[in-house]
Design a protein around this ligand. Structure first.
Ligand code: HEC
Length: 139
């Protein structure tokens, strides 16, 4: 292989390989929906409006997740949602520092973007969930 080819390959592949970050990650809405049904619907309801079977026994009512954008001036609050799901912004009902769903959603190996366009490191399951949550927003 000619040196120039090798240099180009290293230049292209180097940063991505070094950080193990997938840029412009794609969300899988169907996968997000499956995760939601499994991990979230008991409290937030199968339709996301907050009326899951466990909701009557909770001290704090589960949030209506279909109005996250509406309550945030029409912009889906990506940063807040990510941090509340992964426990960086702890919610009592989510199990405070340790989310009720264990460390399944932990991880910072995937890069997404905040609503302001800044990079935000998170995990693939959370990106999928966000895709699903965005798909159920009512305007
Ligand atoms: C044990 C019941 C329960 C489960 C399970 C649960 N939540 Fe929640 N969630 C709540 C409650 C109650 C609140 C209201 C805020 C609080 O806890 O102080 C909430 C709040 C939230 C918020 C914050 C909304 C806002 O306005 O900032 C988000 C986002 C959220 N939940 C997403 C999820 C997702 C996604 C899942 C599944 C991975 C999930 N929740 C699982 C009970 C639950």
């Amino acid at each position: 292989m000619r040196p120039i080819v090798l240099i180009i390959l290293l230049w292209l592949g180097g940063p991505a390989m070094a950080q193990n970050i997938v840029p412009d990650v794609q969300e899988d809405v169907a996968q997000g929906q499956a995760l939601y049904a499994y991990y979230c619907a008991t409290c937030h309801g199968s339709d996301g409006t907050g009326n899951g079977p466990m909701s009557p026994s909770l001290v704090v009512a589960p949030t209506n997740l279909t109005t996250l954008s509406r309550r945030n001036n029409g912009v889906f609050p990506i940063t807040r949602a990510v941090m509340r799901i992964d426990g960086r912004d702890p919610l009592v009902s989510h199990g405070s520092m340790m989310p009720v769903y264990g460390d399944f959603f932990a991880g910072t190996d995937v890069m997404t973007k905040t609503e302001a366009g800044q990079p935000l490191l998170t995990s693939q399951p959370i990106v999928d969930l966000l895709g699903y949550l965005q798909s159920i927003q009512q305007d």
